[in-house]
Design a protein around this ligand. Structure first.
Ligand SMILES: NC(=O)c1ccc[n+]([C@@H]2O[C@H](COP(=O)([O-])OP(=O)(O)OC[C@H]3O[C@@H](n4cnc5c(N)ncnc54)[C@H](O)[C@@H]3O)[C@@H](O)[C@H]2O)c1
Length: 380
């Protein structure tokens, strides 16, 4: 464990920088600037997204403790990160035992999950789902046991199905809070900002646009009519850029030619989203981001919409933005596909949860273990 060495490094750095002196207050720490510091755990920290995401989080002044977890060996990643001269303490837990995962999660305020198989060229979202459903099961059950009040943000694809699976297992554990479970769709927003800024020849940081729906192909719906500054293109530009945003994952997949999917832009987007969650926890007013969450904005149980974030996760779901006729039609068109994605997740979880009844209610181990993830792959 690096805990001891890192604590020493942290203490040295804190002594050098008086503004960063930490006073422990129960579970919380304060950095002397009037803001709380938090513990963030990255599950899947050794992967293509997990490593750069962890590096970005190591630079976040709101994070006091950064804990890494992976089923693979991440001792080296943790050692490497711990040498970066910020005051965030780095710790790690690795291995396929559920206990390692649970130990990594205790006292976490935010758990962000880039664990699981990435899409390969030619692989469908359904095939990806087969591989990653067990990850959603294992992580949500472990969060339910170790840190049920944490904000849980899944990056693992396919988000449209993974989040409903996680919700079902959290419900089975008796700890589901719809305000604390998120599917990270920030990469769709990041891409929309970039492509719109390129088109309008402006700074991407000045672009605001809601992206609603889901997080796969046609279920991704950027709302150009609500773009700020006003989008200056024609209808055909909206159509072309919408399709590019929807297929941007495949663009990266093909460019990497079998050597991975979007990792660096995803790490950026996830670090941005985690920072927004932490700003919300800190009760900063006006923190608004889109994410895929439990929702009553349409007849579907889950939808990505703009959310106001706060000390308990979602402070207010801002619901559907104003839509023009084309956007309304596109929304109606995507709902059946999204409904199927959601139903697949719910029925996957129900099969496992029902098998555990009647003598294991609420659902207990061993049904949720990391080491059982493959056994509970969707196709089984
Ligand atoms: N939400 C998005 O916008 C978005 C964008 C890109 C990729 N993704 C998804 O993110 C996930 C990770 O992608 P990647 O490129 O980093 O993959 P990767 O294979 O490089 O890394 C995945 C890591 O997860 C670990 N892992 C697997 N199962 C685990 C478990 N049960 N518990 C803990 N760790 C586990 C692996 O050991 C590996 O280190 C994939 O599902 C991918 O499809 C999401």
């Amino acid at each position: 464990m690096l805990g001891c060495a890192c604590t020493c490094l942290k203490v040295m750095l804190k002594a050098q920088n008086s503004s960063a002196v930490v006073q422990r207050k129960g579970n919380w720490s304060w950095n002397g600037l009037g803001v709380r510091n938090y513990k963030v755990t990255v599950v899947g920290a050794g992967g293509g997204i997990g490593q750069p995401l962890s590096m970005l989080l190591k630079q976040n002044p709101l994070i006091d403790e950064l804990t890494l977890h992976d089923v693979g060996d991440i001792k080296g990643v943790a050692a490497d990160l711990s040498h970066i001269c910020t005051s965030t303490q780095v710790d790690f837990f690795d291995g396929v035992k559920q206990q390692e995962l649970i130990d990594s999660l205790h006292d976490s305020h935010v758990v962000v999950v880039p664990a699981g198989l990435p899409r390969q060229p030619g692989m469908t979202r359904d095939q990806l789902e087969d591989a990653n459903s067990g990850v959603a099961m294992a992580v949500s059950c472990a969060v339910g046991m170790a840190c049920p009040e944490a904000l849980l943000a899944f990056i693992t694809n396919p988000i449209n199905t993974i989040v409903p699976i996680a919700a079902e297992f959290l419900k089975a554990k008796g700890v589901f809070d719809p305000n604390r479970l998120f599917g990270v769709t920030s990469l769709d927003v990041v891409r929309a900002k970039t492509f719109i800024a390129d088109y309008m020849n402006i700074d991407p940081a000045t672009v605001e646009i809601p992206v609603i729906g889901g997080h796969a192909g046609k279920t991704i719906l950027p709302i150009f009519s609500q773009c700020s500054p006003k989008f200056t293109g024609e209808d055909e530009d909206v159509k072309r850029l919408t399709e590019r945003i929807q297929e941007a994952g495949t663009e990266v997949l093909n460019a990497k030619a079998g050597k991975g999917s979007a990792t660096l832009s995803m790490a950026y987007a996830a670090a941005y989203f985690v920072n927004a969650l932490l700003r919300g926890l800190n009760d900063e007013p006006g923190v608004i981001e889109c994410a895929y969450v439990a929702s009553d904005a349409t007849e579907l149980a889950f939808l990505a919409t703009p959310l106001e974030l706060g000390p308990n996760g979602i402070k207010k779901n801002l619901g559907l933005p104003s839509l023009n006729a084309d956007e309304e039609a596109a929304l109606q068109k995507l709902l059946p596909e999204l409904r199927q994605n959601i139903e697949r997740g719910i029925s996957y979880a129900a099969k496992i949860i029902d098998a555990a009844k009647p003598d294991q209610e609420p659902i207990k181990e061993p049904d949720c273990k990391v080491e059982d993830s493959a056994k509970y792959a969707q196709s089984n």
